[in-house]
Design a protein around this ligand. Structure first.
Ligand SMILES: [Zn+2]
Length: 338
C-alpha cells in the first residue's frame, strides 16, 4: 500500500529537514511589551516591583505577563552546528548561558498549569524541547553488562550539567517519534544507529517520565500533516500515543509538536481526534492541551489573555538565536519573571 511507501520517504526527510526555520522568529515577539501594562489587572503578583535589578543572579522584579523561551532542539552531537544539529559544545554553552541569565527549566505541562514551583522567585522559566527522539539525544552505553547514559549524548550532557548547577532539575519536554527512519524511534532501534538496541527504547522513555521530563506526541514517523487525509492524520497521532502508552502505561500526554510546524488541513485534529484500529475495532482517542509550533520567538505567558495553548511558539536552537532571544527579552523588559 502506498501509505507504507510514503511513510518511508517522509521519514527519510527528517534528518535533512525536521522543521522550517522562520527567519522572522527573532523579531516577532517584540509586541510582548504591550502586555506589561495589564499585569496588575490580570495577575496581582505581576505588579510587584523589586527595588533592584540583577539579571545574572535572579533578583528581577516579578513579571507574570512576560514571555517564556521555549527552546527547540533536534540532534545533539556532530562536528558542526546546522539547522537540525547542535554540537555537544554548543548545547553545553546554551545551558550555561540560560543558567547564567537566571532561567530554570520547566515542562510545557507545567507552563500550561502555571506551575512555576521549580523556579525561584526573581528567576525565569525556560522550556527545553527535544524533537524527533534521535539516538544522539539519548544514548546508552553498555559497560560490564550494565547500561549507563552516554555522557556525550544530549541527556548525558544534561545530567552532568545538573550535577554542577544547583537548582537545575530534570524538567523538559521530549517530542517523540515511535516509528520513523534513521533510528528516530524512541532514541534508536538498531545498533546501526549509534549502537543502540531495540530493547532499550521503552526503558529510555520510561526513564524520562520517571525523572520528571514530559513526553510529547510528534506523530509516528514525522508526517507532514497537511499532505494527508483526516483519517491518516488521526492515525499518525493516535498510534504514536499508543506507542508512548506501551512504554509508560497510563501516561497522559498533554502536548503535541507539529512535524515541520505544519498544520493538518483540519486544524483541530492536531489536538483532538481518534483512530479506530481496523484489527481490533477499538477506538483510540487523543486530546492534548498544547500544540507546539516550530518558530515565532518566546511564547506568551499563560497568564496573558492572548495566550493560546494550541499555538505555542518556540525559539529554534540555531546559530545565536537563543542568546539573541534572551538578550531581547531583557532589553525590552518582556521577560517572564516569577
Ligand atoms: Zn520534528
Amino acid at each position: 500500500m502506498s501509505f507504507r511507501l510514503i511513510a518511508g520517504l517522509a521519514a527519510a526527510l527528517i534528518t535533512a529537514a525536521c522543521s522550517r526555520h522562520d527567519a522572522a522568529s527573532a523579531t516577532t515577539f517584540s509586541a510582548g511589551g504591550s502586555t506589561a501594562a495589564a499585569a496588575s489587572r490580570v495577575d496581582s503578583a505581576g505588579g510587584a516591583v523589586a527595588a533592584t535589578r540583577d539579571t545574572a543572579h535572579g533578583t528581577l522584579p516579578s513579571n507574570h505577563l512576560g514571555r517564556i523561551p521555549v527552546l527547540e532542539y533536534h540532534v545533539i552531537g556532530g562536528t558542526a552546528n546546522a539547522l537540525y544539529t547542535r554540537t555537544a559544545a554548543s548545547f553545553k554553552a546554551d545551558l550555561e548561558d540560560v543558567y547564567a541569565h537566571g532561567y530554570r527549566p520547566i515542562t510545557v505541562a507545567q507552563l500550561l498549569d502555571k506551575d512555576f514551583s521549580d523556579v525561584p522567585a526573581g528567576m525565569s522559566p525556560v522550556v527545553f524541547v527535544f524533537d524527533d527522539a534521535s539516538p544522539e539525544q539519548f544514548r546508552y552505553v553498555q559497560q560490564n553488562g550494565a547500561l549507563t547514559i552516554d555522557p556525550t549524548s544530549g541527556v548525558g550532557i544534561w545530567e552532568d550539567f545538573m550535577k554542577s548547577h544547583p537548582g537545575w532539575k530534570n524538567r523538559g519536554t521530549f517530542c517523540l517519534l515511535s516509528g520513523a527512519a534513521a533510528g528516530h524511534n524512541f532514541f534508536g532501534d538498531s545498533p546501526k544507529f549509534e549502537g543502540q538496541q531495540n530493547a532499550w527504547r521503552f526503558q529510555k522513555v520510561k526513564w524520562l517520565a520517571a525523572q520528571g521530563f514530559e513526553l510529547c506526541d510528534h506523530t509516528v514517523w514525522h508526517a507532514r500533516l497537511d499532505k494527508f487525509s483526516d483519517a491518516i492524520v488521526q492515525e499518525q497521532i493516535a498510534r504514536n500515543q499508543m506507542a508512548i502508552d506501551s512504554a509508560v502505561p497510563g501516561y497522559k500526554i498533554r502536548t503535541m509538536a507539529l512535524p515541520y510546524g505544519i498544520w493538518p488541513k483540519n486544524r483541530p485534529l492536531a489536538w483532538q481526534g481518534s483512530w479506530t484500529d481496523p484489527k481490533t475495532g477499538q477506538v483510540h482517542a487523543y486530546h492534548f492541551d498544547a500544540v507546539l509550533e516550530v518558530a515565532g520567538g518566546p511564547t506568551l505567558s499563560p497568564f496573558d489573555p492572548k495566550f493560546n495553548p494550541h499555538s505555542i511558539t518556540r525559539v529554534q536552537a540555531v546559530g545565536n538565536d537563543i542568546h539573541t532571544a534572551l538578550d531581547r527579552l531583557d532589553k525590552t523588559k518582556t521577560r517572564f519573571v516569577k
